[in-house]
Design a protein around this ligand. Structure first.
Ligand code: ATP
Length: 939
């Protein structure tokens, strides 16, 4: 079969005979090659249970499984000639006889029916499986459960509470004295996540080295060396006679003589007076020749000869003082963590719980450290012959360690299965590494490639390093802008040579840059009854959301989009529909919610948010009000809220009549009991009668089913309320798995407003999707809008900074030693590089039309994505264009309007261009929330 060069490269990479490392651009078909390779392995009679595919999210695993099963399912039913062609397209070049065709038809059944089945899993679920198989060896409970984030947070808080009451209370006090943040829960989560660092006592010498402080130096010593009481007193006296600035300085210094200050505070006062400020040309240098004012200096020449060396000393000692602050904090952190982490681990162990990190860590320990590691590997080894890793750029070093152990025997050739071919297949794209906050390290990608290469070379086994040049997804216009955007420093941390080529060379494409919506002035006066955090209608965020909705409506009404006719390379045009749009934001901020709101009020079909804040859902608030009343009938406010909710459907007037006319100091419930509301009372009495006996889950179910609550809520709040209701039910189940279930316990579990669940957006429907760029990993759409490209400062949110083999507890910015500033800058530089990669991911989701807009400040240079893309577009020769009444800049290639216009219904779209729309439908559309659909990652 003759294939074009791009497809031949894919076919070669999918050849299961050779271990392969495939590193290629976005949209080049990496995931497709991976599924092709699995299909070919099955065709080569490899048993499904000997294949392990590792993906990054549960969504990706489900998607891969769907695609594979869809293909195998089609083979089972295909006419002979078609099947032969399909196999040839896949890369089977030898002649295919009837027996082979018959075998191909059985693959679907085999893949499904073989015991153990085809393993397409996230690395987390794979590790969980290994631990369940070898619990004794891994030293975990055989019935361990995977711990929810919320359960973990509560457990950590309980451990801290216990520490406060225990013999080690002082380590908590010490930590809290120094903690200046506002979210202790996040801090303890960070500490638990970096638990490995705190196994040993802090290495003070190494810490001093990192912080650039001489060992043995203390702040007391610095102060004792510096502070000369008489000299300072003389200086104060001299300044008191000088200018008003001198007098002010004298007043500041007087505290050194009159107050009992810690050496740190005393030195800080001296630095304030003797050194230049942060904004000075030469910050934090001794004010020699400028302090005190000229007249005072000249009148006290001899005193100045003594005081100026002190000023210089203060300057020299400042970095040490700040370094010592960081050292004290870090030691306090280690002291706390060394008690906290083991206590937390012990509690998890006692409860038989493992969190996400534990799964990987314990699996790694099982396969590397334990005496039984070789035996466990031997047992596992008997089952896995082919390992395929998707999205490898986001694999963390610990995860790689697990994979490395699994493939050890492949490369040494000493495995138990010398008679069989064994391969590794890794696909990834370093440019798309965007999960460093989950431990991903793009450097590990290269290191692992080198590792596999050398281990294969050592036993003279072939190892193919390959890449794919063409993008099957995006049009050349988009790819050229991408290439021109990531040049020079911006290509740092990506590939050395950024070069994208469109496979569909006849596909017209556009990149539009909308004009910036300037930052609005501070909110105008609002009505007193409006929520203070509700953005005003002139807010730039609201205006941008409005623009997005308006333009989508305009495009659906007036614009068309090119569409390929069945892989022929020929294009027609069709009307645009909501399902063509993917709106990507950097984070779930106000703009995210505003866009959903604006599109809904414009009557557009839009899928809800990809994350759900459970507590913020109206249906959940209504149910919670009923539960709170059941827990405490005297809670008037909750009862009132429940009565007004769709569950009881009271009017404002009915509630007012009941509440206003109740006797003084009597509770609402008392009054209601004696009032004439038989239906309401019947429900409430039934629930009250059961609330002491039913578990929270059953109680909610009773409200929803027996008392028709679900129907009532959906009737009033719309079908999207279902997601919130289901999330609440799944939280009730999660709660019951961690505690003895009772209503008050569940209410305090639910208390936090921040409880979020992820929704998977991957099923059918012709709807606009709004999501974060992180959530859009692996997805694609004909039209992608990036409305959130304004300036965004990079902030170091983490409290703990990595430094060689240890960590430093970050001090507040104002008291950061130069060594700490350097560590912080390194983190910022890393984040900036990652943010550029995030932009790359965002831009490459687009097939035909990429739109970039910004609301607010865009700053100078690389301060915003907007400026970066604008520069890339300028380099491509952008020009003025219009979208309705909006003036914009555009880059385009090939004539958008040239292909003939054909009207096709949405259902028919799939026939026009099978690969893209098949993905469009199965990969993109929102699916209703179900607890089992939550992705494994916590982004
Ligand atoms: N040989 C091919 N012929 C036609 N379409 C293809 C081919 N290979 C891939 N595609 C299509 O190109 C698009 C991108 O493919 P895929 O998602 O596998 O790329 P990827 O490299 O994994 O992308 P990303 O890294 O951005 O996730 C999909 O719509 C896919 O169906």
């Amino acid at each position: 079969m003759i294939r074009d060069e791009a497809t031949q490269r894919q076919v070669d990479a999918a050849n299961p005979g050779t271990s392969t490392w495939l590193s290629a651009n976005a949209g080049s078909g990496k995931t497709r090659v991976l599924t092709d390779r699995v299909a070919r392995l099955l065709l080569d009679k490899v048993s499904p249970q000997n294949i392990l595919c590792l993906t990054y999210t549960k969504a990706a695993a489900a998607e891969m499984q769907n695609r594979l099963f869809q293909r195998l399912g089609e083979w089972a039913m295909m006419p002979e000639d078609d099947l032969r062609r399909a196999l040839q397209t896949l890369g089977i070049d030898r002649s295919i006889d009837a027996a082979q065709l018959a075998q191909a038809r059985t693959l679907f059944a085999r893949a499904i029916e073989t015991p153990g089945g085809l393993k397409i899993q996230t690395i987390h679920s794979f590790c969980a499986g290994v631990l369940r198989r070898f619990p004794l060896e891994a030293q975990v409970s055989p019935q361990f459960r995977e711990m929810e984030d919320r359960a973990a947070e509560i457990l950590r808080a309980e451990v801290v509470d216990e520490m406060v009451l225990g013999p080690k209370a002082e380590v908590v006090h010490q930590l809290l004295t120094l903690f200046t943040g506002d979210d202790l829960a996040k801090f303890t989560a960070e500490i638990a996540g970096k638990g490995d660092h705190f196994a040993q006592k802090p290495d003070i010498a190494a810490l001093c080295d990192t912080l650039d402080i001489p060992q043995g130096l203390t702040v007391d010593k610095i102060y004792a060396d510096l502070f000369d009481k008489d000299l300072i007193a003389d200086f104060i006296t001299a300044c008191e006679k000088g200018s008003s600035t001198d007098v002010k300085n004298a007043n500041s210094l007087r505290a050194l003589l009159t107050e009992t200050l810690s050496p740190h505070d005393a030195l800080a006062i001296m630095e304030n007076v003797f050194l230049t400020g942060e904004g000075a040309k030469e910050p934090f240098t001794a004010k020699i020749g400028t302090l005190p004012t000229k007249k005072t200096r000249e009148a006290n020449a001899e005193l100045m000869e003594h005081i100026e060396p002190v000023m210089e000393q203060v300057q020299d000692m400042r970095p040490y003082r700040l370094g010592l602050i960081a050292l004290d904090r870090t030691v306090a952190l280690y002291d706390f963590a060394r008690v906290f982490v083991p206590a937390y681990e012990a509690r998890k162990l006692a409860m038989g719980m493992l969190d996400f990190d534990d799964l990987i860590r314990k699996a790694k320990a099982l396969l590397t450290e334990r005496d039984v590691a070789q035996w466990v590997l031997f047992r596992l080894d008997g089952g896995i012959d082919h390992i395929l890793v998707d999205e490898a750029q986001d694999t963390s070093p610990t995860q790689w360690a697990v994979i490395e152990q699994l493939t050890q025997e492949f490369a040494t050739g000493e495995g138990a299965r010398m008679d069989r071919e064994r391969t590794v297949f890794v696909v990834g794209d370093k440019k798309q590494s965007i999960y460093s906050f989950q431990g991903a390290d793009p450097a590990a990608f290269d290191e692992m490639k080198a590792h596999f290469k050398s281990t294969h070379a050592a036993i003279s086994k072939p190892f193919s390093e390959t890449s794919l040049e063409y993008s099957f997804r995006s049009s050349q216009a988009i790819l050229t802008v991408v290439d021109k955007t990531f040049t020079g420093d911006r290509a740092d941390g990506m590939d050395d040579n950024l070069n994208h080529r469109a496979f569909k060379e006849n596909m017209p494409g556009r990149v539009d840059l909308w004009p910036v919506i300037e930052k609005s002035d501070s909110a105008p006066d609002r009505e007193w009854f409006k929520p203070v955090d509700e953005p005003s209608s002139t807010d730039h965020t609201v205006l941008m959301a409005q623009r997005v909705a308006d333009k989508i409506r305009y495009m659906i009404a007036h614009e068309t989009i090119p569409e390929e006719i069945k892989n022929t390379g020929e294009f027609i045009r069709r009307k645009i529909t909501e399902g063509d749009f993917l709106i990507l934001v950097q984070r779930r901020s106000e703009l995210f919610a505003e866009i959903i709101r604006a599109c809904k009020s414009a009557g557009l079909q839009i899928a809800g948010a990809d994350r759900l804040r459970v507590g913020a859902e109206l249906a959940v608030k209504d149910l919670a009000a009923v539960l709170r009343f059941l827990a405490l009938p005297e809670d008037d406010l909750s009862l009132a809220a429940a009565l007004r909710s769709p569950l009881f459907g009271w009017s404002e007037q009915e509630l007012f009549t009941l509440a206003h006319h109740r006797p003084d100091k009597s509770y609402l419930w008392e009054t209601l009991r004696n009032a004439d509301h038989p239906k309401t009372l019947a429900i409430l009495n039934d629930l009250r009668g059961k609330s002491d006996f039913l578990r929270p889950y059953d109680l909610i179910e009773r409200i929803l089913t027996r008392h028709d609550g679900r129907r009532k809520l959906l009737a009033r709040l719309g079908p999207e309320a279902e997601d919130g209701i289901d999330a609440l039910l799944s939280q009730a189940l999660a709660y019951e798995s961690t505690a003895v279930p009772n209503l008050t316990g569940f209410l305090s579990w639910m208390e936090t407003d921040d409880l979020e669940v992820k929704r998977q957006m991957d099923s059918q429907g012709d709807q606009i999707r709004v999501m974060t760029v992180h959530g859009a990993k692996g997805l694609e759409a004909p039209i992608v809008i990036l409305p959130d490209t304004a300036k965004r400062d990079v902030q170091v949110k983490q409290e703990i900074l990595p430094a060689d083999d240890h960590v430093i507890w970050k001090p507040p910015a104002k008291s950061s030693a130069p060594a700490v500033v350097a560590l912080r800058d390194a983190v910022i530089a890393k984040q900036k590089r990652e943010r550029l990669r995030l932009l790359y991911v965002a831009m490459t989701r687009a097939e035909k039309w990429l739109i970039v807009g910004a609301a607010g400040e865009v700053g100078e240079g690389d301060a915003s994505w907007y400026n970066i893309v604008a520069e890339g577009m300028r380099a491509c020769g952008d020009y003025d264009a219009k979208l309705g009444d909006l003036d914009l800049r555009r880059v385009s290639e090939l004539s958008w309007d040239a292909p003939a216009l054909r009207t096709i219904e949405h259902a028919e779209k799939a026939d026009v261009s099978p690969p893209n729309l098949a993905m469009c439908q199965s990969r993109h559309q929102p699916r209703r929330f179900h607890p089992l659909n939550c992705p494994a990652t916590r982004s």
